[in-house]
Design a protein around this ligand. Structure first.
Ligand code: SF4
Ligand code: SF4
Ligand code: SF4
Length: 343
């Protein structure tokens, strides 16, 4: 593996010294092998290490999820809008309402959520996918809690690691059900009401958890109509991930060519060259440059910062080559990144 990686490294002019330095900190030679090409499973090894460092994006992401889930809870519980299929306590604008008014409120609420995400998409591309979508967040939790290749864990640890994704699935499904019934239906209804309320919630939690567990980002890449729509309506976005500004030489000097950014990308993009056409997605996805499919999740930046920080002092690198920002100048041109090198 190392010999193969070494030859590939020479062809790509990869800095092997930097590779070894980073390997010292990481637990094996995934880094060397990732120089050949990112493989499925590399994300699962990089992401927990990156997240364990308490990166600022980790806190920001929890905050954005708090806003999303908080909104889902707040609308029905405050009585802003709710259709109560169980007891008929419909609400609109914090007052009792007819079922038609409650339904109109729910529809308007959903439409407003759509408008907010539409505006986010027009300005920032698929940023809602990377930060605000609870399903995307579930996928991330599943990634982090996934059993690492080759590692055996006792049953209690596996259960503990699944508690996060399951808990998040519940926090997504439960408030969604509350848009269609009152909170009381979960503890003071008759047997039928209790059974239906908890049965629907349980089925929803299982379905969402199963989606995150077994389909995960593949669903986002090939099946989600919202993701398709987001990719489609952001054809010329200016904001996103960009590779360090400067001449080609400056860019090359600033980069370790470690490919960690490619390996960690949940949707198989080359963050160094998002102007290039994305690899075929399949399903209902559109063929478009990588920037249309980019979730703006920042995982590549987190991974890049980790790699650079491991070697920065010794190599004199003072800047992380991948950044969030406005595309400009050379960033709008195809550059043919490491991921495009001939295999
Ligand atoms: S593609 Fe769909 S499910 Fe995936 S993060 Fe975006 S909106 Fe959520
Ligand atoms: S290119 Fe970076 S920001 Fe975009 S989806 Fe991949 S990891 Fe996330
Ligand atoms: S941009 Fe960062 S993560 Fe990507 S290859 Fe260069 S140094 Fe590595």
């Amino acid at each position: 593996m190392f010999v193969l990686g070494y030859h590939r490294a020479i062809r790509w002019n990869v800095d092997l010294e930097a590779a070894r330095e980073v390997c010292d900190e990481l637990d094996d030679n995934w880094y060397i092998s990732s120089m050949m090409a990112p493989k499925p499973g590399h994300r699962l090894r990089i992401l927990p290490k990156v997240e364990a460092r308490g990166h600022r994006y980790v806190q920001l992401r929890y905050l954005s999820q708090l806003v999303t889930v908080g909104t889902l809870f707040a609308v029905p519980l405050s009585g802003l809008a709710r259709v109560d299929l169980a007891a008929g306590n419909h609400r609109l604008l914090f007052k009792a309402a007819s079922w038609r008014e409650g339904l109109a409120g729910v529809i308007i609420g959903i439409a407003l959520l759509y408008v907010v995400t539409f505006l986010i998409n027009v300005i920032f591309g698929r940023m809602f996918c990377g930060w605000g979508c609870p399903v995307g967040f579930l996928n991330r939790l599943c990634d982090v809690s996934e059993l690492k290749p080759g590692k055996q864990m006792p049953a209690w640890q596996r259960l503990r690691d699944r508690a996060g994704p399951m808990g998040h699935s519940f926090m997504l499904v439960f408030p969604s059900v509350l848009w269609w019934t009152s909170f009381e239906a979960f503890y003071s209804g008759d047997l039928v009401t209790l059974s239906v309320a908890w049965g629907v919630t349980g089925l929803g939690v299982f379905s969402i958890y199963a989606l995150g567990k077994w389909s995960r980002w593949r669903f986002c890449m090939t099946t989600c109509p919202i993701g398709l729509y987001y990719s489609f309506v952001a054809p010329n976005e200016q904001f996103g991930i960009f590779f360090r500004e400067g001449t080609e030489d400056q860019q090359e000097d600033a980069c370790l060519h470690c490919n960690a950014c490619i390996a960690v990308c949940p949707v198989d993009l080359d963050p160094m060259d998002l102007v290039a056409e994305a690899t075929p997605r399949g399903g209902i996805a559109i063929e478009a440059p990588g920037q249309n499919h980019c979730l703006k999740c920042g995982d590549c930046i987190q991974a890049c910062e980790m790699m650079i920080s491991n070697t920065a002092a010794r190599r004199g690198i003072d800047e992380v080559p991948l950044k969030f920002g406005l595309f400009q100048g050379a960033q709008r041109e195809l550059r043919g990144g490491v991921g495009d090198a001939e295999m």
